[in-house]
Design a protein around this ligand. Structure first.
Ligand code: ZN
Length: 168
């Protein structure tokens, strides 16, 4: 089983360390049921950071292309990944629970002196890739679709908000 080196999250943040490399899609098991193909690799970089208040964080960058299936036309489609997220490190569950729940605020994770980099990357990918992917406009097998992010759920929200009630 392929795995990346584990890192000490707090040491990483304090010393501004970084780790970069290639991650085979085949090793990202939790993504597999969202993908049409498990081939290829993603490029990643994890960098230790501290914000202006000295709070430790990890900047997680992931780039590459995944193969997904449009759930409307069932065509295999390229899904470009471009993740650049900073997560802040909580030293305990108590510290994590103290963080306000704010969708626009920074993301906090429970950190440790031995963190699995591949798992961090997988977590960010799971947040990035919608569970259901459809083209904004299906074009009979067009292979490129970065509009593939639109989900039926988002369309439904749009319908509901027109008059504030579910449709007739
Ligand atoms: Zn489609």
């Amino acid at each position: 089983m392929h795995s990346l080196a584990r890192i000490d999250g707090f040491e990483f943040a304090a010393s501004g360390l970084r780790q970069a490399g290639q991650l085979p899609v085949s090793t990202l098991a939790r993504l597999h049921d969202r993908l049409a193909s498990h081939g290829g690799e993603l490029r990643y970089e994890v960098a230790g950071v501290q914000d202006a208040q000295g709070r430790p964080g990890l900047r997680i960058m992931v780039h590459g292309v995944l193969q997904v299936t449009c759930q409307r036309c069932m065509q295999e489609t390229r899904y470009p990944v471009g993740i650049d997220e900073t997560v802040f490190l909580a030293e305990s569950q108590t510290a994590l629970d103290r963080q306000p729940v704010d969708a626009d605020g920074p993301e906090w994770i429970l950190a440790s002196r031995s963190m699995d980099v591949a798992e961090l990357i997988e977590d960010e990918l799971l947040l990035d890739i919608p569970a259901v992917l459809v083209h904004a406009v299906c074009e009979g097998g067009s292979a490129e679709a970065d509009s593939v992010r639109t989900s039926p759920f988002e369309k439904l929200k749009g319908l509901l908000s027109k008059d504030g009630k579910p449709g007739n």
